[in-house]
Design a protein around this ligand. Structure first.
Ligand code: CA
Length: 242
């Protein structure tokens, strides 16, 4: 009995140590919610910075928990994307989880050229992770595109003319996974600290292109803050979707 009690005491001490370590470790393991918008207000939340590129105006509505974009205007057929971007900046993140719930409507036609892009930028201002509802052709339907550093997944042009979908981007210890509708479409590695999120709505300024409707129901980003390493360089694929 004496030996057993000694064993219990030793085990108790071990559990106490383990519990103590666990308690100490918990604050570092908790993710900070950096971005969360369910678009429950009646206009775009002031936490977003709205910028436009090759755009002369746009029509949008925030209602019923959706941000819906029905028009992106441009003054010439410049052959590039006309972009409205919503941006938020935050302290650099290592491990992170990003959710994007979206919807699109091509008005029943392949001619729509329109994107909803979610980009994550690192502290060197390079956009290293992308998840995109991507309708880049006036002859085809849209597709899913995902990018991690210099790795790209381009899905088939078989998305329906209208629909909804969810992206999840998750990174743990530099390993990144991008999922669409619960299916992993691309994995890769990048340890680049992320400190900016950009949500883009784009229309193709192309003579045969049309624009339907783009909408976002939810966007969130949570993660663990990290310290950028001075002098690091990360892949730059900035030009791909501009
Ligand atoms: Ca199309």
């Amino acid at each position: 009995m004496g030996d057993l009690c000694a064993g219990i005491r030793i085990a108790g001490v071990c559990w106490l140590i383990a519990f103590g370590i666990g308690v100490i470790a918990i604050p570092g393991a908790m993710a900070d919610l950096k971005v969360y918008d369910h678009f429950d207000a009646d206009d775009i939340d002031p936490s977003w910075t709205v910028t436009m590129d090759l755009v002369t105006g746009w029509t949008y509505e925030v209602a019923s928990s959706w941000l819906t974009v029905s028009q992106i205007l441009f003054d010439q057929m410049h052959g590039d994307w006309s972009t409205v971007a919503l941006t938020q900046e935050f302290a650099p993140l290592g491990d992170l989880t990003v959710n994007l719930d979206l919807a699109w409507d091509s008005a029943g036609s392949n001619t729509a050229m329109q994107n909803i892009s979610l980009g994550l930028y690192d502290t060197n201002d390079d956009n290293v992770i992308w998840a995109i509802y991507h309708d880049a052709w006036s002859a085809n339907r849209g597709r899913v595109t995902a990018i991690i550093d210099e790795s790209i997944y381009d899905g088939p042009n078989n998305l329906p003319h209208s629909g909804t979908g969810s992206f999840v981007i998750a990174r743990t210890d530099g390993f990144v996974s991008i999922s669409w509708e619960g299916d992993e479409v691309l994995t890769g590695t990048t340890e680049a600290p992320i400190d900016r999120l950009e949500l883009r709505f784009q229309a193709g300024a192309w003579p045969t292109a049309t624009f339907g409707e783009l909408a976002v129901d939810l966007i969130s980003c949570e993660g663990e803050e990290t310290t950028p390493v001075a002098g690091s360089t990360w892949g730059n694929i900035k030009a791909l979707f501009r």
